[in-house]
Design a protein around this ligand. Structure first.
Ligand code: IMP
Length: 179
């Protein structure tokens, strides 16, 4: 598995440090409310775990699953695989995402959460790949802005593998070209 990683882009330590900063910022910004923090399965799991340790205000944790990618190319259309099983009417919602790439996933999920009656919907994403954006959407909180490379680890996968790596690494091209 490790032979397929060309380079470590973001170390475990850098992620932990950045999650402390993001947690402090989010705790400050949401101090007058109880946000519903919604992780998008499966990629957000390690990031959610690291981030929530650093959130020091009352909050509620939920998960949703949406389908967006097969291999390395966007399918364009986003399907809801696991919906919320609670009301978010009049709640401040914070979506936790692994990466904002084209932005299509977030655009659809934000739309859906507003249609369910959320008061506000913001996004915290571990990674941002702005060069690939096709829709106008930005995460309010970003861990790291990265170049246009296919990355894996710390929740991010290629065909469901590599999510367990404790860092974010660049996958060797030969691993996904032609896949
Ligand atoms: P978007 O809808 O194009 O913004 O895609 C977001 C989703 O695509 C993310 O939640 C990831 O699951 C996946 N994705 C985008 N770029 C990468 C990458 O470099 N590595 C692994 N998954 C990625």
């Amino acid at each position: 598995m490790l032979d397929n990683v060309k380079e470590i882009l973001i170390s475990e330590e850098a992620i932990a440090n950045r999650c402390r900063e993001l947690g402090a910022q989010i705790s400050q910004d949401y101090k007058d409310t109880v946000p519903v923090i919604i992780g998008l399965l499966k990629g957000s799991v390690p990031f959610m775990a690291e981030l929530m340790k650093n959130i020091t205000i009352d909050c509620e944790i939920e998960f949703m699953a949406v389908a967006s990618y097969s291999g390395t190319e966007s399918m364009g259309d986003v399907r809801i695989l696991k919906d919320l099983d609670r009301s978010i009417i009049d709640h401040d919602v914070l979506i936790v995402e692994d990466i904002v790439d084209t932005g299509k996933t977030l655009e659809k999920v934000k739309e859906l959460l507003y249609s369910k009656g959320a008061k506000t919907v913001k996004v915290v994403s571990l990674l941002d790949k702005p060069d690939r954006r096709t829709v106008e959407i930005e995460a309010e909180y970003v861990g790291f802005t990265i170049p246009n490379e296919f990355v894996v680890g710390f929740g991010l996968d290629f065909n469901q593998k590599y999510r367990n790596l404790p860092y974010v690494g660049i996958l060797k091209e030969e691993c996904y070209k032609g896949a």
